[in-house]
Design a protein around this ligand. Structure first.
Ligand code: OSB
Ligand code: MG
Length: 316
């Protein structure tokens, strides 16, 4: 049996804000069980557990496995990591779809840089493009959206408010949207009932993300278009798959999305996306914000720069 737990620290290319928390680096854990890996990386501002709590539970789970018991984690990030490290991964996959691009930054800066951004895509402009909203002045965000709609007429925009608006603010914003160019708006308001009211009042389609990881009640609505599944926040792969099934039953799209995992976690999320949602581009365009990797070009995990928290190897 071979078990180990490592802690990694990866610098961001520039500090990022997560629900008002400014992070200069990403910290997380990598667990390995008999040669297979999993990533445990609670995201500050989004996960309910801290890294310290995830570490303590991971160590307890490894102690259980060492005794010959089953690991039964309760924290979502720990469930995700242990499930990945113990999963029977299918050998054959549908081709991995390219993640749709995520534009981050101030609308004025993005507007000023739009020529470069569009030129950077060359002959392959994205068919979908995601933009965070409810962060800057509404007029600036709407100006950027209208520019993007004009410059990329064949792209559908995914907007994400992270529950940042009141019902009135969201309605004011959505009334001004070029709806023909909007795929859907994730989580306009903090409460599901408010988001549905905004959809009904303005005609916008919405998607659920935080509602799912908070395990808030939600119900089908004709303007509910997609479920955004972040396995690091949802937890067990069974719980994720149950959401995929529920979405299928309701004819909702499913988008597998990252929580700023390292290249290891992002690779596993891409494989889950190809398995569960082979026709839906995943929301995994977060890796370029990390300045370093945890795996080598050959796919080996590079543990040299990591802090080892637990290690056990025997021939039994
Ligand atoms: O879903 C995506 O396209 C990328 C990931 C993403 O946007 C995200 C990543 C971490 C935390 C929250 C969010 C979010 O959906 O707002
Ligand atoms: Mg979201």
């Amino acid at each position: 049996m071979q078990l180990a737990l490592y802690r990694y620290t990866l610098p961001f290319r520039q500090p990022l804000m997560f629900k008002g928390i400014r992070l200069a680096r990403r910290e997380g854990l990598l667990v390995t069980i008999n040669g297979q890996w999993g990533e445990i990386a609670p995201l500050p501002g989004f996960s309910t557990e801290t890294l310290a709590e995830a570490e303590a539970e991971s160590l307890a789970c490894l102690a259980a496995i060492k005794r010959g018991d089953k690991a039964t984690p309760t924290l979502p990030s720990v469930q995700f990591g242990f499930d990945c490290a113990q999963r029977q991964w299918p050998a054959i996959l549908s081709p991995l779809l390219r993640p749709y691009p995520l534009l981050q930054g101030a609308p004025a800066a993005l507007l000023g840089n739009l020529d470069n951004i569009v030129a950077g895509w060359g002959d392959l402009p994205p068919t979908r493009l995601k933009l965070k909203v409810a962060r800057y002045a509404m007029e600036e965000e709407l100006a950027l959206i209208n520019q993007l709609a004009t410059r990329l007429p064949s792209a559908q925009l995914i907007l994400d408010a992270n529950g940042g608006w009141t019902r009135e603010e969201a309605q004011r914003f959505c009334t001004c949207l070029p709806l023909d160019h909007i795929d859907y708006l994730e989580e306009p308001c903090a409460a599901f009932a408010d988001s549905i009211a905004v959809a009904e009042a303005t005609g916008v389609s919405i998607a659920l993300d935080e509602t799912l990881s908070r395990q808030d009640a939600w119900y089908y609505h004709p303007q509910l278009k997609a479920l955004v599944i972040k396995p690091t926040l949802i937890g067990s792969l069974n719980a994720c798959q149950a959401l995929v099934q529920r979405a299928r039953a309701d004819n909702l799209r499913v988008v597998i999305s990252s929580s700023f995992e390292s290249d290891l976690g992002l690779g596993q999320l891409a494989r889950l996306a190809s398995e569960w949602t082979p026709n839906e581009p995943p929301g995994l365009d977060t890796g370029h914000w990390l300045a370093e990797r945890v795996t080598s070009a050959a796919g080996e995990v590079m543990t040299e720069n990591m802090h080892c928290l637990f290690k056990m190897e025997n021939s039994a």
